[in-house]
Design a protein around this ligand. Sequence first.
Ligand code: ZN
Length: 331
Amino acid sequence: MEQRMKDFIHALPKTETHLHIEGALPWELLQKANPGKYLSPPASWKPHFRFDSFAYFESELLGYAGDYFHSACRYHECAKSVFADRLARNVRYMEVSFASGCLDSLNLNGREVCDAIRDAVPRGLDVKIFLGIHHDGYTPKMRPVLDEALTWPNLDGIDLHGAEDVPLGDWAPRYWQNARDAGKFTKAHAGEFMGADFVRYVVEALGVRRIEHGVRSIEDPAVLDLLGERGIPLDLCPISNLKLRVVSTAADYPVRRFMDCGIPVTISTDDPISFGNNIEDEYLLLANELRFTAAELAQIAVNGFEVALIDEVRKREILSEVEALKKWKIT
Ligand SMILES: [Zn+2]
């Protein structure tokens, strides 16, 4: 039966709307670029591994990124490999972000990086590209880059990244509004390490239309109502949330409660270089640990295409494929 479920998950057209390109770097590419340094995958790939802190997780990830992303070409090489992998897993739509903090620390040209990611998109996969900015990322050095970024034709949107407890300056509401005025889609990481109040803040003050994680919205029924009323989807990453101790056990994962509140949810891998996960593992976790049926998993996939920033014709085309798969018998 588990094999039937795995086959169903594989066959299901899927989306991945919460993926950091630096955190998606394939291990083999990191190894190839650093002979002798990364001999075996990290301990954090083991299923029961838990990170002690977000700071440790982030510093380890930035170490990998610093050892690889030396140029826009490296972003292209990484993106090409990531997109080929997702296409082979029947992912049809992706949203990937690249970090302004990496542009800053590695002295890279953001527009070239953005164009390099766009050039790596294969036929059959729709990809939207986001620039992620840390809470304290709008520095005097980065300000001109971030302002100019809103004119880059290959940039589809912006996202708020990094440690949530770092104070967010007055610049943010204005910048998020400027992004929308420039035709960019806006989202934000929230409700991962800070509580539901921060989710409310990014909805009301930043005006975002999608939340990355948002798991801790569950702590405040009024915030659940807000998300439900406005139809703001949550791009959830169950394995990331488990390994970073946002939730204690898979059984505690509140995905069904969000669905019951009328909040659209999608699932993604977040940073697979740190968690050792792939998109099919995320679906399988819902099936094995939360007893999601094939129809419920298909609904998650449908949600991903419903929120996708693609035209209605393409959307309906893929949704009819998902609909046909609902006849699949698992038992
Ligand atoms: Zn994330």
